[in-house]
Ligand binder design. Structure first.
Ligand code: FMN
Length: 333
C-alpha cells in the first residue's frame, strides 16, 4: 500500500508472523525505497515482497485533460484551492527503471507489478536472479496477457478492492467482476497461481477464496488500522463514520476505491482518465487535507469491507486470520 501506509514496521510485523508483507515502491524516489528496504532489514530478516507501479507512456492529450480538470476542481475548491494549492499536472515514470534495478539487486521473495505488464526483459531479468514475478489483473483478458508474458502468478483484484484498480487493458467506466466471479473467470483462462485480493477481512473470506481456487489471499484494507500501518488519524477515523466505499477517478485520474466524501460527490461527473497527471495535480491539496484532518478533501482509500478492519498489532492480526482460516478448513469432527 503506497502512500505511506505500508511502513517497514508493518511489513516487518507481518513477515515475523509468517505472512508475506509487501513494501510499496509506488510514489517513492529510488533513494527513499532504498531507505525503506534498509529500515526493513534492520527490523527483520523475514521474507518480503516488493510492489512496483508500471508507468504509462507520456501523453499530451492526457495532460490536457488534467489541465481542464484542474479548472473544474479549482472552481469547486474555491478559497480552499488558493490556501492548499493544486499542483502541476505533470508526468512521471515513478523512477521505474531504478526500482527494477533495486529489485534485481535486493532480490525480494516476490515482485508484484500493478497498472501494467512488465516487459519480457524485466520478467526474464528477475527470473535470472531467481525472483518470481506477479502482476495484478482485474479481468480475465488481462490474466491471459499476463500469462503470455511469462509471469509466475496473478494478483486477481476483485471490484471490492480498496485503493487503485490495477487495470491495464480496459480503462472505460464499466464495473468489473467481483472477486469470486473473477477468480473463476481467470481460472478458466490460465493455470497460473492466483493471489486473491479485494474485500477480504477475516479468515472466513480467506477460506472462501482458497476454496474458489486461489493459492493465497492478499489483504490491504484489513491492515490499515493496525498499529504499524502509516494510516493517518483522519483516515483511521473515517473507517467508523458509516461512509460507503465508491470507485472514483477524482483524486488521481485512475480508478480507485475509497470512502465517499464531498470531493468525490462533487467531481463524480468530471474527473478524466488522466493518471499520473491528476495524481500530481491533487497531491498538495491531499497533503494539506491530511495535515489539517479534513476527510472531505483527503482520499480515503479503503475496500468494501473496511467496517471489518481491526485495531491491533499487525502480527496479532495475522495470527487471528490464520486461526480463523484453519477453523474453517480443518473443522474438528
Ligand atoms: C490504501 C491502499 C493503498 C494501496 N496501494 C497499492 C499499491 O501501492 N500497489 C498495489 O499493487 N496495490 C495497492 N493497493 C491495492 C491492494 O494491493 C489490494 O488490491 C487491495 O488492498 C485489496 O482489497 P482490500 O483493500 O479490500 O483488501 C492499495 C490498497 C489500499 C487500500
Amino acid at each position: 500500500m503506497a502512500g505511506g501506509i505500508s511502513t517497514p514496521a508493518l511489513v516487518s510485523a507481518v513477515g515475523e508472523a509468517r505472512a508475506l508483507g509487501f513494501l510499496a515502491a509506488g510514489y517513492l524516489s529510488a533513494d527513499e525505497l532504498r531507505a525503506d528496504i534498509e529500515e526493513l532489514r534492520a527490523l527483520s530478516t523475514a521474507p518480503f515482497g516488493l510492489n512496483v507501479f508500471v508507468p504509462e507512456e507520456p501523453s499530451e492529450p492526457r495532460r490536457q485533460l488534467a489541465v481542464e480538470y484542474a479548472e473544474e476542481l479549482g472552481a469547486w475548491l474555491g478559497e480552499a484551492a488558493s490556501k492548499a494549492g493544486l499542483g502541476e499536472p505533470r508526468y512521471s515514470d515513478d523512477e521505474y527503471d531504478a526500482k527494477v534495478a533495486i529489485a534485481l539487486e535486493v532480490r525480494p521473495s516476490l515482485v508484484s507489478f500493478t497498472f501494467g505488464l512488465p516487459s519480457d526483459e524485466v520478467v526474464v531479468s528477475l527470473h535470472d536472479v531467481g525472483v518470481p514475478v506477479a502482476v495484478t489483473v482485474t479481468t480475465a483478458a488481462e490474466a491471459e496477457q499476463a500469462a503470455a508474458r511469462g509471469v509466475d502468478a496473478v494478483v486477481v483484484q476483485g471490484w471490492e478492492a480498496g485503493g487503485h484498480r490495477g487495470s491495464f487493458l480496459d480503462d472505460s467506466d464499466v464495473e468489473q467482476p467481483g472477486l469470486l466471479s473473477l477468480l473463476r473467470l481467470v481460472a478458466a483462462t490460465t493455470r497460473l497461481p492466483m493471489i486473491a485480493a479485494g474485500g477480504i477481512a477475516d479468515g472466513a473470506a480467506v477460506a472462501g477464496v482458497l476454496a474458489a481456487g486461489a493459492t493465497a489471499a492478499m489483504l490491504g484494507t484489513a491492515f490499515m488500522l493496525t498499529d504499524e500501518a502509516g494510516t493517518s488519524p483522519v483516515h483511521r477515523a473515517a473507517f467508523s463514520q458509516g461512509r460507503a466505499s465508491v470507485v472514483t477517478r477524482a483524486y488521481t485520474g485512475r480508478r480507485a476505491r475509497g470512502l465517499d466524501n464531498e470531493l468525490i460527490r462533487a467531481m463524480r461527473a468530471g474527473a478524466p482518465s488522466a493518471y499520473p497527471e491528476v495524481h500530481y495535480l491533487t497531491s498538495p491539496m491531499r497533503a494539506a487535507a491530511r495535515a489539517g484532518g479534513d476527510p472531505e478533501r483527503l482520499h480515503l482509500w479503503a475496500g468494501q469491507c473496511s467496517a471489518l478492519a481491526r485495531q491491533l498489532p499487525a502480527g496479532e492480526l495475522v495470527r487471528q486470520l490464520d486461526l480463523e482460516t484453519r477453523t474453517i478448513r480443518e473443522p474438528h469432527p
